[in-house]
Write a protein that binds this ligand. Sequence first.
Ligand SMILES: Nc1ncnc2c1ncn2[C@@H]1O[C@H](COP(=O)(O)OP(=O)(O)OP(=O)(O)O)[C@@H](O)[C@H]1O
Ligand SMILES: [Mg+2]
Length: 422
Amino acid sequence: MLRTFQRQFSSTSSALAKKSKKSTKKDALDSAAPVFLGRPSNHLKMGVVGLPNIGKSSLFNALTNSSVPAENYPFCTIDPSEAIVQVPDERFDWLCDTYQPKKVTPAHLTVLDIAGLVRGAASGAGLGNAFLSNVASVDGLYHLVRAFDNDDVTHVENTVDPVRDLGIIQDELRLKDEESVERQLGEWTRMASKPVPGQHPARVKEQVQMIEHIADFMASGTRDVRKGDWDLQQAQVINSLHLLTAKPMIYLCNISLDQYLAGEAQEGLSDIQKWVNENNPGDIIIPLSVAFESKISEMGLEERTDYLASKGVESQLPKVILAGYKALNLLRYFTCGPEEVRAWSVRNYSKAPQAAGVIHTDFERGFISADIMKYADLHELGTEAAVRSAGKFLQKGKDYVMEDGDIAHFKFNGKIKELSLD
Ligand SMILES: Nc1ncnc2c1ncn2[C@@H]1O[C@H](COP(=O)(O)OP(=O)(O)OP(=O)(O)O)[C@@H](O)[C@H]1O
Ligand SMILES: [Mg+2]
């Protein structure tokens, strides 16, 4: 996660940062919130990237219960496919059991299956530019890497070498970013030399300096843009550049079915871990077997339960979904009533009015207060009445910062509305 930038470049830069604070939706977040890269939306997408023929579409199918073509030849996927997957949540399940509503609506994550990238993609190889624009359309990336041996499955680089493959994808994403930064720097520099009506010269100059600074960071070549310590204004410039390496990334290491069943998921990870530590420290790596996930996704519930019990293993997909959700800086709050129990996704550190606004803009506009129960309190005490008598039913104002697991009733326009909207 990006933390507020520690160093100051110039007093102008900090003054502008203050100004931009006003002009953005930053007020919608807690003032202590870290600086987030990426668009401030509650409908964010994760995309699956990697070399061709390594299991991306098979993973997508297993994750989203889809059936896009996933065959053993490179570039089987050309056009991206999109699907939603339910975010697993035991709290949500418990709330549904407790309230017994007529309707249940869990949180969802949108996932995109993207075509394989090859060496040279950034300069157009293998339809690279088109494929990279698909990468640009998502908010976070699952970077799948092949670690399984199987002579029957074609490898575009001929040999299995996950560390090399991680480097290929990273290089292509970085090259594409360098190209777009260079292009946009050129445009802003031209604007600085020839004032454009409607553009303030000082603002243009500042933008040029900002982009130069980002370009310098990228040229240092040690880490992806998401790993920089950026302040709010720099984050806004990065967002406007739509950089691929600014997106959060989760590494998924695809091992063979046999290795997975033998409980060897962690073996062979040390080189990958070392590469991640050196290149993008702190990024999560999840070992899994796409062959295993595909196999169990085709089973009925009973067969699957028996199979998993007999093998003593579990699916990694819940972990993958949750890691994607967290990487996108989302939290869930709930609305509960006899009509509906529903999970809502909002960005971390969102304040109550903005969280209410996800349900309906009127709820944000006419926001008065929020009645909040903590899931843990309700779970422990059993009923809303018990939570109330324990003094744990909280009334919060417009500056309340939502927390993951809050159960909310919003008051707006003088009436208490249960947001399940019965
Ligand atoms: N862990 C694994 N072990 C063995 N085979 C696997 C494993 N994961 C995927 N495969 C096989 O790899 C082949 C390619 O899979 P898939 O089409 O999902 O790859 P892809 O990355 O989407 O390819 P493309 O980039 O061409 O669209 C399939 O035959 C699939 O069964
Ligand atoms: Mg595919």
